[in-house]
Design a protein around this ligand. Structure first.
Ligand code: ADP
Ligand code: MG
Length: 451
């Protein structure tokens, strides 16, 4: 029985690493009936309801699926205790996370420890670490900018966490510019309604007494005149008094639109650092790191495979990995180790959209090889069907898998007119609907081309 439960625990740990300590560790198996497949588990009474509602079915599915025990059912009873030892430690940690979030707006887990370094963010990380340990110094404000999903929010939050770890009593606040605007609007409304300045004063007070203020996505201040003026006052109350300000934005300061020039000049007076899209090695490191956090065994070759194809940002990488993990976990027959095949299957669509390494040339060569004709026939004027059809297929795939326009594609096929390309694209699209063989061949070709 104990062995059975250990196996289930392992599976649960993989599926729900974050819930593990709090929900599964306190559970003890108390009865196992091999004949009927009934397993009885005991848990602290406060946990029983949630365990029954949220996790019982999952445990049953794991038993039947992953462990192959059929029939298999689970009953969860109370062990009479209200709290167990390890659980207390876990919930302590959780409540301190929650408390920090409530007080400061800092999300658990967005720390330096979980942040991967690379060329793309080297300078930004160095500046952030410096600011976290020497707040209010020469790099004030610190202005971090970069495209979406590159890790600006994470880095900014990491500063807040590190600073609070070093100064537990300090006053820290982390908000998005949009929240600042909304809060300010609410205070303004309330002051208007009550015909007193109290709400506005409280708002002002809340910010000017901070030791560290982190404002995310300051481009949202664009056009919000009143909030900009208030933010300017906040700035003046903090920065000249060696209170640290950290800002993020999707653009460098000069690129900010509809923001008062005096504010822009303030924003540039500290240090501005950029975060670039992650380079190849960094993308691999991020995938491996994330997999480890999920307690998942991700072979390096699979990480490399994904990192080669998804290039634009970290959020996309994370999303892709989560999809692969989820897919794997709900197909017990695939086993534990993630393979390139699975990644390929799950991420097919993303790869084809993102893969800018797919070229017309590559398509022509692949299609010519596949149908055993010469690559030169892709450009030739010869028209026997065994040549014309592969050529049309190549044009069709070029349209589907690259960003090239019809005239560009035509030019790459021996200077053909764009109407010829359009005709080919329509014809193949039409034929594949009724011709199962052709449809299959197209699938295979696409796989080969995408890699
Ligand atoms: P941004 O604010 O620039 O749009 P985020 O900070 O929200 O991007 O990052 C998107 C996701 O990618 C988050 O889940 C974040 O934790 C993760 N992430 C970004 N950069 C890194 C990094 N260098 N190392 C680890 N995780 C990262
Ligand atoms: Mg962000």
């Amino acid at each position: 029985m104990l062995e059975l439960w250990q196996k289930l625990l392992q599976e649960l740990n993989t599926l729900f690493p974050q819930a593990f300590e709090i929900w599964f560790q306190p559970i003890k198996p108390v009865q196992w009936n091999e004949k009927t497949g009934e397993l009885t588990l005991a848990a602290p009474s406060a946990k029983v309801n949630t365990l029954r509602q949220t996790y019982r079915t999952v445990i049953e599915q794991l038993g039947r699926g992953q462990l192959g025990i059929k029939p298999f059912s689970v009953e969860i009873i109370s062990n009479g205790a209200s709290a167990a030892e390890p659980e207390a430690a876990a919930s302590d940690k959780r409540s301190s996370d929650e408390e920090r979030l409530e007080k400061t707006g800092l999300l658990p887990g967005l720390t330096f420890e979980n942040y991967v370094h690379g060329n793309a963010n080297q300078l930004a990380v160095a500046a952030a670490e410096h600011v976290a340990t020497s707040a209010g110094g020469q790099y004030n404000p610190l202005y971090i900018y970069g495209g979406v999903g590159l890790g600006k929010t994470h880095l900014m939050q990491a500063i807040g966490h590190r600073y609070l770890d070093l100064h537990p009593k300090a006053k820290v606040r982390c908000v998005s510019a949009q929240d600042f605007i909304n809060e300010f609007a609410a205070a303004t409304r309330e002051s208007g309604a009550t015909n007193s300045q109290k709400a506005l004063q409280q708002f002002d007070e809340r910010y000017r007494t901070l030791d560290l203020l982190l404002i995310d996505d300051v481009q949202s201040f664009s056009g919000a005149k009143g909030s900009q003026a208030q933010f300017f006052r906040t700035f003046e109350a903090l920065v000249p008094h060696s209170k640290q300000l950290v800002l993020t934005s999707d653009t460098y300061t000069k690129g900010l639109k509809d923001i008062a020039p005096r504010l822009i000049s303030r924003l540039t007076q500290g240090l501005t650092v950029a975060i670039e899209p992650p380079e190849f090695e960094m993308r691999i490191a991020i995938l491996l790191n994330k997999a480890k956090a999920f307690n998942i065994d991700l072979p390096e070759e699979v990480a490399t495979f994904i990192a080669k194809r998804l290039k634009s940002n970290v959020r996309e990488l994370e999303g892709a990995l989560q999809q692969v993990i989820a897919f794997q976990q709900f197909q017990p027959s695939l086993g534990k180790v993630i393979t390139i095949d699975v990644a390929k299957r799950v991420l097919r669509d993303q790869f084809s959209v993102n893969n800018n390494s797919v070229t017309i040339e590559n398509i022509q060569k692949t299609v010519a090889d596949y149908y055993k004709i010469k690559v030169a026939d892709m450009f030739s004027k010869r028209r026997p069907r065994n040549i014309a059809l592969p050529r049309q297929i190549a044009m069709y795939l070029a349209k589907e898998l690259t960003q090239h326009s019809l005239p560009e594609i035509g030019a790459n096929f021996g200077g053909r007119d764009h109407t010829t390309v359009m005709h080919a694209v329509r014809k193949i699209a039409q034929e594949r609907k009724t011709d199962a063989d052709l449809n299959h061949e197209l699938h295979v070709l696409k796989q080969i081309i995408i890699g």
